[in-house]
Design a protein around this ligand. Sequence first.
Ligand code: SAM
Ligand code: SF4
Length: 326
Amino acid sequence: MPLDRYNRDINYLRISLTDACNLRCVYCMPEQMTFRPRDELLSDAELKRLITIFAATGFRKIRFTGGEPTLRPALVELVKHATTTPGIESVGLTTNGVLLAGLATPLRAAGLRSVNLSLDTLDADKFRKITRWGNLPEVLAGLEAAARAGLHIKLNAVVSRSTNDRADIISLARFTQTQDWQVRFIEQMPFGNNAIFQKKNQVDENELLEILTSEYGPLDLVDNGKLDGEARLYRIPGALGCIGFISPVSKPFCADCNRLRLTADGILRLCLLRDNEADLRPLLRGGASDADLTAFICKAVHIKPWGHGLSQDVMAVSRGMSEIGG
Ligand code: SAM
Ligand code: SF4
């Protein structure tokens, strides 16, 4: 079992399958973003090998992300590999949903059980502005297809005064009244390339709770506030689903962090919001044995930083969110 030097059990790997995306969300990447050439990305065979090695090392949970993971031609095959790898107990996918309508059923057949779909508003004009050219009906079709395919759904909405507002928060939360979904509100995080991040745009949990309470009445705290992953959960009385708050800036959950991230070009990112990294690709392409790679992963786990340094204004600058995957 991979323990870091603070005794945290690091058993969750988020794998970015590509840094490319079919949208350009304003808080994530600039409109003129350039992407890595294909030969810099890990191949399907390299990814499969790594998944098997991580599982043998004690990792239990995998999430595929991006960029936009649905752009990876072998996504379904990679999901199938992960869901059938001994030791892996949970496989997830984070997607913008644009291509999900055609993929939900094959992904479910490949063993995927749940999907996190990013959606910040149900207003088509606002959606287009946030994503620069996204078409909301495509995403809603993806959402519907995922539900029809039997995938468990979590909606992730980044909240920021610069992009969405009270009406968006209320309408997204309404889904939980009739669907057994989680609708999670995420604080926008600052990255080097993320010029629009400003502290004054931050909407904290208390403000979100006030907004939701003013519409739906007092919310019930779920599980006494115990985090579900990184989300604190509430429920509108009588609702089927839950509302979650993910507040890495105002209420960091670093003490409970259990994850490493693998970028599409083969770098282990040890903390989302710090630039500490360990490059796996030279080993992978230099003939390293499984034992060499396992030792490298264990060493990387060991030196994982305690947590982010946003309260001391330490920001990640080497990569943006789209190059890490969230
Ligand atoms: N393209 C996929 C998607 O949008 O779901 C997966 C990758 S995206 C980088 C993963 C998540 O990061 C999305 O939910 C997105 O909204 C979120 N995200 C992007 N930039 C962010 C930022 N600056 N702060 C907080 N969340 C951010
Ligand atoms: Fe693309 Fe996801 Fe970033 Fe939006 S948040 S630009 S969909 S990677």
